[in-house]
Write a protein that binds this ligand. Sequence first.
Ligand SMILES: [Fe+2]
Length: 165
Amino acid sequence: MNRIEVLRQYIDEILLNMTDVEERRCAYLHLYGVAQSCALIALKRGENAELATMAGMLHDIYSYAKMDTKDHAHKGSILARDILTSLNVTNEHETKMICDAIYSHSDKVLAHSNFDEVLKDADVLQHCLYNPLFEIKPHEKDRYEKLKSEFGIVDFKYWRMEQYD
Ligand SMILES: [Fe+2]
């Protein structure tokens, strides 16, 4: 089993223990969705797609494990380090890359390292693509517009049918 799957097995255990069924659904969708978006963006930008996928799986695990979103990026980077250390799947450099990205992922205004930016953009992409008819949140608009242009996506409002709005 490769280390992405080792990590997923561990994370699935945490998610399966969530008692709130709706929150559990959100957790699966978001963590797997962000991980997949991380892979896509990392591959496009020549960043490490394996580590980016792992960062995506771990990035909000603190929120879901503790049911507490306050300061979850900073606290989550500590939890992610604990998890990676206990699984023994990364070296120190890789652990630092993943945990640094998680630490800064809530700060969507500033730009951090190229690897850190993959996670932030993947977080935005998952939110925005969950339902392309939903209104884009103001703080995610900028990044989403840049992502659409990076992936050559034209404004897709033309296929929106008024009766479904
Ligand atoms: Fe997130």
